[in-house]
Design a protein around this ligand. Structure first.
Ligand SMILES: [Zn+2]
Length: 103
């Protein structure tokens, strides 16, 4: 996290960090959400190329008060699987409630 702002900088000299939508395209809109896919440059022993982290992030292209021009990560929203499970739990509890009301 940057000392001048509340978001994370994407330091591209250490890793290529992509934030991709469901179709695998880069998220380019302000506040867009996608999966973090990383290619780190600092680990020669176990190279990772376009490693899908399974984490969702929200990006921002707004300039940082510190003056760096990197794209920034506004928020890391958590693992895709966990979010999917939460959505399914909400859906299940809603349908269970609906079913019990109909009986
Ligand atoms: Zn900054």
């Amino acid at each position: 996290m940057c000392g001048s702002g509340e978001y994370y900088h994407d330091f591209q000299e250490y890793a290529l960090t992509e934030v991709l939508d469901k179709e695998g395209n880069p998220v380019m809109e302000e506040g867009g959400i996608g999966e973090i896919v990383s290619t780190p440059f600092t680990n020669p022993v176990t190279p990772l190329i376009r490693y899908r982290t399974g984490d969702l992030a929200q990006v921002t292209f707004q300039p940082c008060p510190c003056g760096r021009a990197h794209r920034r990560i506004k928020k890391i929203l958590g693992a895709i699987k966990i979010i999917w499970r939460l959505l399914m739990a909400v859906k299940f509890s809603s349908s269970a409630k609906y079913s019990s009301e109909r009986v």
